[in-house]
Ligand binder design. Structure first.
Ligand code: SF4
Length: 686
């Protein structure tokens, strides 16, 4: 099984036991005031679980290149101490670790580090991502920055790193030099293709000279910028060859900028879509005799089987996976042991990882809330016998919070029973799995349920726990109450009419909503429902169709040509009191969702006041106070949720220790990330 993945491979002088590299992720652990303890624990767990080569999140080569306040800077002694702790931890577990040398250029957040001025870039081209216009680098800035990359590489070697990776893709500084969009210079660092690629080549030469010929150097190249005015395809190929000649041992191939109108890592992107970019570069390298430069494909692989397929043609040497190592540090070992169905899959939600990496909150994972908190919650098997006598615990509610609590309790060695009122596990998360593009949410439920059943956990489905069950619950040492939420009702004339239903009823049977539907509410659930009603759930998009739809081959994707959504002929209107539809959806995903809704012709009315639901539709007042009627065959209420926690006072009264988790604990800021994190914490607290 997976013969192409599980065979040794080389990056320069470094031999690795298999072909999966753990790709770089910024974690917001890098500058914590803990001497690198959390960072080291995060990497150590992944090294122990068989990650052959770990690439750190970007470490800035100087302070102005830091992407934000949570980015480490190689020249900062405190940040170096944290990195040193990470190196020791990885080596203690037999792993290898490469430092990613990073400079954000115009993507740096102004004021990211104290005393640092405006971000620097080849030209003063405004960035919508960082919302700033950078200062144009002087020739001296450029040569100093090249020296900083070289010194950073030297420092990495001195710290004990096994390799370095130069970050040259995803629209960061080096990539800004290669793209005509952001390099408007007409000096020796810009103006034509050769001068635009001079900076990356000089950086690589500097790094190579600093670390010597025997030290592995990877370069993260942009296979396709996916922005109008990005690096032309022919120049990408020429850059790959130039980097090989300048001494790169491997090219890790990224795609897309933060300003790109093409989704690259969202769930709607078919798995393995971007492998083609890596294969094209490998062919170009082979054509000119650079057979020893390893090519690493990246982006949107979440199963080892997909990596196997990508590697099987012999056109790629490695596959880099990043988020899948957050979701399950053991993805490699479980797959190597022919247990791929035991892997907790990354579902590409981006909610606890990429979205947080844009800010300062600690990166974690929806399906593995221990991620980023390894120090606080050591692996269950290592604490199992320290937690005293085993207990008997009941988990009431098998939604995503309850499932997480139950699997954590089992991991800690306790006896657990799970009670669920519905006939299926999963709760609101199961509803979400009905939404086109979120089918893999069902995988999480399947995985967690299977894990519990294999551990012998009694899972009482269809068993609603009420006051009469309290005596039975007294026999447990404690209860995790994860009874979730119910859709909120709306106090509005007409809300009880027969054509009005709540979002849960609508998502459970979207086929019933033919014709015109008005959704009252504009939050994430309302948006999901609108998407469900206007998208063919059975339309599977192949990587080739996806690439063609987004005009990727031409490398000139245009935001105004939104991709067509294969929609059912339904008319959907979203109504919102506030101004922003989908306000709670993370920044990495909201723009894709909104584009899909616009493309499907979903009407979105904001700033309205709901007046009345009538048999013919919904009457609202617009921002000027004028009433208008919106015709509808169906009206769906998606106006929030109310917690279900009526058992809590009964349990307290009966003296049963109880901890609530997920929706039962309250609906403020409720989402699946919060729910699973609370499930984990409840299991440790009870
Ligand atoms: Fe994957 Fe979501 Fe976890 Fe990020 S938070 S690693 S996208 S499952």
């Amino acid at each position: 099984m997976y013969d192409h993945v599980f065979r040794a491979g080389a990056i320069g002088t470094m031999t690795l036991p298999h072909r999966i590299v753990m790709g770089a992720m910024h974690l917001n652990l890098e500058t914590r005031d803990d001497d690198g303890a959390a960072l080291a624990a995060f990497y150590a767990e992944r090294a122990a679980a068989g990650a052959a080569l770990i690439v750190t999140g970007g470490v800035a080569v100087n302070a102005v290149g830091a992407g934000g306040p949570g980015y480490g800077v190689i020249g900062d002694s405190r940040d170096r101490a944290a990195l040193s702790a990470a190196v020791r931890a990885v080596h203690n577990h037999g792993g290898r670790i490469a430092l990613q040398l990073f400079h954000a250029g115009r993507y740096a957040r102004p004021g990211a580090r104290e005393g640092v001025g405006l971000p620097l870039a080849p030209s003063p081209v405004h960035s919508g991502f960082s919302r700033c216009t950078p200062r144009e680098m002087s020739p001296r800035d450029i040569t100093t920055t090249i020296d900083d990359f070289a010194e950073g590489a030297c420092a990495a070697r001195a710290l004990g790193f096994d390799a370095v990776e130069v970050m040259g893709s995803e629209g960061y500084l080096i990539n800004q030099f290669t793209a005509p969009l952001t390099n408007l210079r007409d000096d020796t660092w810009g103006g034509d293709a050769e001068r635009r690629r001079r900076f990356p080549v000089e950086v690589l030469r500097g790094v190579r000279a600093a670390v010597g010929r025997d030290f592995p150097v990877l370069f993260r190249i942009s296979g396709n910028d996916l922005v109008t005015g990005g690096t032309p395809p022919g120049e990408v190929t020429a850059l790959a060859v130039a980097l090989a000649e300048a001494g790169a041992d491997a090219l890790s191939v990224g795609v897309g900028w933060h300003e790109s109108p093409v989704p690259t890592v969202q769930s709607e992107v078919p798995a393995g879509t971007w492998a083609a970019s890596g294969k094209a570069l490998k062919r170009a390298l082979l054509a000119v005799g650079h057979k020893d430069v390893a090519v690493i494909a990246a982006n949107r692989f979440n199963r080892i089987a997909q990596a196997e397929e990508a590697l099987s043609g012999g056109e790629l040497d490695f596959v880099a996976m990043a988020r899948p190592f957050l979701a399950d540090p053991e993805i490699v070992t479980k797959s190597a042991a022919s247990r791929p169905d035991q892997v907790t899959l990354c579902i590409a939600c981006n909610e606890a990882c990429i979205d947080r990496s844009f800010g300062t909150e600690r990166v974690s994972c929806l399906v593995n809330p221990r991620a980023g908190h390894e120090e606080e919650f050591p692996p269950p098997q290592s604490t199992r016998h320290r937690s005293g006598p085993f207990g008997r615990y009941a988990v009431i509610g098998a939604g995503i919070a309850g499932l997480e609590a139950a699997r954590t309790l089992v991991g800690l060695g306790h006896h657990v029973e799970v009670y669920e009122a519905a006939a299926h596990a999963g709760g609101q998360f199961r509803l979400a799995s009905q939404v086109p593009g979120k089918a893999e949410f069902a995988e999480t439920i399947r995985h967690h349920v299977r894990e519990l059943l294999e551990a012998g956990v009694p899972l009482h489905l269809g068993r609603r726990i009420g006051g009469e069950d309290i005596p039975e619950l007294r026999s447990f040492h404690g209860v995790v109450l994860a009874t979730g939420v119910l859709p909120a009702r709306l106090s509005l004339p007409g809300a009880e009419l027969p054509h009005v239903r709540d979002y849960a009823q609508a998502l459970a049977d979207p086929e019933a909503l033919q014709g015109r539907t008005v959704i009252i509410g504009g939050g994430g659930i309302a948006v999901d429902l609108a998407h469900t009603l206007t998208t063919d759930p059975y339309a599977e998009v192949t990587p080739e169709e996806f690439l063609a739809r987004h005009a990727v081959a031409e490398n000139t994707p245009r935001p105004e040509t939104e991709p067509a959504v294969r929609g059912a002929p339904r008319e959907v209107t979203l109504l919102r009191r506030g101004r922003r539809i989908g306000a709670g959806i993370g920044p990495s995903t909201r723009w894709v969702v909104m584009r899909n809704l616009r493309s499907a012709g979903v009407r979105m009315l904001t700033g309205v006041t709901y007046r009345e639901i009538t048999p013919a539709g919904v009457i609202v007042a617009d921002a000027e106070g004028r009433d208008r009627s919106i015709d509808a065959d169906h009206v769906v209420l998606a106006v929030g949720q109310v917690p279900v926690r009526n058992l809590a006072p009964l349990l307290h009264e009966a003296g049963v220790p109880v901890v609530t988790a997920g929706g039962a604990a309250g609906t403020d800021g409720l989402n699946a990330v919060r729910a699973t994190a609370e499930g984990l914490r409840a299991a440790h607290r009870i």
